[in-house]
Design a protein around this ligand. Structure first.
Ligand SMILES: *Cc1c(COP(=O)(O)O)cnc(C)c1O
Ligand code: SF4
Length: 407
């Protein structure tokens, strides 16, 4: 089994005096988040020009980097994948014509503040807009003057009432911000109220804590969450450098707690837009029991244009994964439709030609094969559920629907 290295934070003069106990305490990490140029310049070398650039950027957008994540930076390298994700760049101030303020129309699809109900059977529940770190590529940008807050109790109540009143909702995704910035008791109060709703079958938690603040995954948190199973946890690793001993331990705690783990990466220029980096990332994720779930094309949010890659790049990455490594390691590449159309999967093309008689396919190595279709193609389904449906909607059909065409 592969072992991972612990972050050597004592190599940074700024953290020399920090005890292991402090370092491993998420509260200490949260209290010491790096928010200004002066503090950051004690972690990485910043030239006067870079400091000035940073200052300009901080007049518009905010910065927040956990000490743990900062200690992962490769100080000597301006293209360090950790640095690009966490340190503001003047390129954020450039606007592109395609930029949109709310590219996914999450506000427009919101029946009550805090909820986005776009798909028939599941809702996105934005319980907070607080995060322990501000990722530079975030779709929900952190502007100066913008207040970070959790939903108020009455807003939470309204969201939960909406879910309770809509029996079609069987899946609730807690997101934000990062839901694990909530104190355990507040999170528990949300979970217990959701669990009290019969039609809520599964709960999902989307969190970047295992990546940016792995100490947040404590035994107490896991013990609390276990009371509200089935819960799925989705996290957000973008680069294999983010997989450390601490991150692996956080994921092991969650996996041992019985929560299936998934990962959502965003395709980011110069960070991970390379088939080799992605292959290493997805393989290492499986090794820490995290299943790659989605690979997102970068959204059209303002100030992240410099992270965008072509959609072809994402397809090339999938092409280089499918067949070449464990099928379990292959995420679905999606474009979140601007305007709120939802996630649209984009795939390399394996189907070369299609007719009723035969289809022509290619495999991952480019070999071409033919599959001959069955002769009697019929479109009606005769499974038990479809037969019952037809029976209910039209009793005249009863005789014919109860008989299979093969009988
Ligand atoms: C991504 C998303 C979901 C969940 O989508 P899945 O494909 O089920 O993971 C639900 N609601 C909204 C608004 C989303 O953006
Ligand atoms: S943790 Fe998620 S929501 Fe928070 S800043 Fe990063 S990408 Fe955005």
């Amino acid at each position: 089994m592969k072992t991972y290295e612990k972050v050597d934070y004592r190599k940074l003069p700024m953290f020399v005096g920090v005890t292991g106990e402090q370092w491993n305490d998420w509260r200490w990490q949260a209290a010491n988040v790096i928010r200004d140029t002066e503090t950051l310049s004690r972690v990485i070398d910043l030239s006067e020009d870079e400091k000035a650039e940073l200052e300009r950027c901080l007049q518009r957008f905010r910065m927040a980097i956990t000490p743990y994540y900062a200690a992962l930076m490769d100080d000597s390298h301006p293209l360090c994948s950790i640095r690009l994700q966490s340190v503001p760049s003047a390129r954020e101030l450039l606007e592109c014509d395609a930029d949109l303020a709310d590219p996914l129309c999450e506000d427009a699809d919101s029946p009550v503040p805090g909820l986005t109900h776009r798909y028939p059977d599941r809702v996105l529940f934005l319980v907070t807009n607080r995060c322990s770190m501000y990722c530079r590529h975030c779709t929900r940008r952190r502007l100066v003057g913008f207040q970070d807050r959790h939903l108020t109790e009455s807003q939470l109540d309204a969201c939960i009432r909406y879910i309770a009143r809509h029996p079609e909702i069987r899946d609730v995704l807690l997101s934000g911000g990062d839901p694990l910035t909530l104190p355990d008791v507040r999170l528990e109060s949300i979970l217990s109220r959701l669990r009290a709703i019969d039609h809520v079958e599964i709960i999902r938690i989307g969190t970047r804590m295992p990546v940016v603040l792995p100490m947040r995954i404590t035994d107490e948190l896991v013990a609390m969450l276990r009371k509200y199973q089935p819960i799925y946890v989705n996290t957000h690793f973008n680069h294999y450098k983010e997989i450390t001993a601490e991150a692996a331990a956080a994921c092991a705690k969650l996996a041992d707690g019985g929560f299936p783990l998934g990962n959502q990466s965003v395709l980011l220029r110069d960070v991970n837009d390379c088939p080799r980096i992605m292959k290493k990332l997805v393989q290492e994720l499986l090794a820490i029991r995290v299943k790659p779930y989605y690979l997102y094309q970068c959204d059209l949010s303002q100030g992240i244009g410099h992270f965008r890659t072509s959609v072809a790049r994402g397809m090339e990455i999938i092409e280089n994964l499918r067949g070449h490594t464990s099928g379990l390691a292959v995420p679905t590449f999606v474009v979140d439709a601007p305007g709120g159309g939802g996630k649209i999967p984009v795939m390399p093309n394996y189907l070369l030609s299609y007719s009723d008689k035969r289809i022509i396919l290619r495999n991952y190595e480019g070999d071409i094969t033919t599959y001959t279709q069955p002769e009697n193609i019929y479109s009606d389904c005769w499974c038990e559920l479809c037969r019952e449906d037809r029976y209910e909607s039209n009793s005249i059909l009863r005789e014919s629907t109860l008989m299979s065409p093969l009988a």
